[in-house]
Design a protein around this ligand. Structure first.
Ligand code: F6R
Length: 366
């Protein structure tokens, strides 16, 4: 059942090239420049006329929502707020009929997310679901939606659900941007094509498996980790830290790289491994100077870089390479080495990788 892998988590990490493809298959026709999402076509005007989009989710799904915020605002020019479902539901939020709420949930059973949806519906908002489990409570409670096609996710730590959620959200953003005319034709076409290349890029990123295992061996006894990223990769830093803490029980924090100097930099010394996402982007130079600041304080740097990178390679103690894609789509590849790093650290510490202590696959109580 684990298909020859030691754990479901590893199997699911390795399934990502094929499930990302399953998620866009029949929906993305790159050569024709078409995106077809059944659940979206009939309601596209709701999105186009929306004052704002409110994304509600928990945990890893909330991180996918944060990535989507950057993508939606950039391409579709619709204001986006991303909310923890548990906070949103209890603070008497302002919701109107002009709001579109997107609920993201792998299981489709998360109690807080379900309650947030019910509240949004009462207030007259249009509610759209991005779920993995067909027929789940959230998929039934939403007005419409798009399924991720990740297949069953058994490992408690969410991996393939995250990347397929981003795949769906990216297609929604591209479709809206196209309909609204807020994206250039060239950018639109380039991203349809790039999205089709993601499965092979993920495949390529997975080939660093052994190098990552060696890095895990070096840092497995650390008691803290810091994860830093900027822009589209800030949420990936949060997700990398969450993955590490939930399966290895090592304390980890994710931060926007620029926030480091506002506090966390005080933690940095020779015992602090810092994972920095430093792929090609508009922020590259700025991330390089963040790395120099860490180095000056003797922090150990593990950097996720674009293949062929030389600058960061010279500064970092260890690098994990990923193939080049656009900055917008980069979270789909930068996530992969971080999943493997936490997996191998947890295995080396003899943790129960697929069923970490105190955690459940779906959180049906608040
Ligand atoms: C992290 C993890 C949890 C879930 C969260 C939401 O690896 O598994 O943080 O992401 O409980 O679950 P869903 O997406 O099922 O609503």
């Amino acid at each position: 059942e684990k298909g020859g892998y030691d754990h479901f988590m590893l199997k699911e990490i390795y399934e990502q090239p094929s499930v990302i493809k399953d998620t866009y298959r029949g929906r993305l026709l790159a050569n024709e420049g078409i995106i077809k999402l059944g659940g979206l076509e009939d309601h596209i005007q709701k999105f186009v006329n929306a004052n704002r989009i409110i994304i509600v989710a928990c945990g890893t799904s909330w991180h996918a929502g944060l990535v989507a915020e950057y993508i939606f605002e950039d391409w579709a020019r619709i204001p986006v707020e991303v909310e923890y479902a548990s906070e949103f539901r209890y603070r008497n939020p302002i919701i109107t009929e002009k709001d579109v709420v997107i609920a993201i949930s792998q299981s489709g059973e998360t109690a807080d997310t379900l309650a947030a949806i019910k509240l949004a519906k009462q207030k007259g908002a249009f509610v759209y679901g991005v779920c993995n489990v067909v027929g789940s409570s959230i998929s039934r409670e939403t007005h419409s939606g798009t399924y991720t096609h990740a297949g069953p996710e058994i490992g408690v730590a969410s991996t393939k659900a995250f990347t397929t959620q981003i795949t769906v959200l990216t297609m929604i953003a591209l479709k809206l941007a196209k309909v609204k005319g807020t994206i250039s034709q060239a950018n639109y076409m380039q991203h349809l094509r790039e999205l089709e290349l993601i499965p092979s890029h993920v495949e390529e990123a997975l080939k660093s498996d052994e190098k990552i295992r060696a890095i895990a061996d070096v840092f497995k006894d650390a008691s803290n980790f810091l994860y830093l990223g900027r822009g589209y990769n800030f949420p990936v830093a949060l997700e990398g830290a969450l993955k590490l803490k939930e399966i290895s029980y090592i304390h980890a924090e994710g931060y926007p790289a620029a926030e480091m100097k506002h506090g966390p930099i005080a933690l940095i010394d020779e015992h602090m491994p810092v994972v920095v996402i430093a792929v090609n982007s508009n922020h590259y130079e700025k991330v390089v100077s963040n790395i120099e600041e860490i180095k000056a304080r003797k922090g150990k740097i593990i950097a996720v870089v674009t293949e062929g990178d030389t600058t960061v390679k010279e500064l970092a103690d260890f690098i994990m390479e990923v193939p080049k894609t656009t900055e917008t789509l980069s979270p789909l590849v930068t996530t992969i080495p971080l999943q493997l790093l936490s997996y191998y650290i947890a295995v080396m510490l003899n943790r129960n990788v697929d069923q970490p202590r105190n955690l459940a696959k779906s959180v049906t109580v608040e």
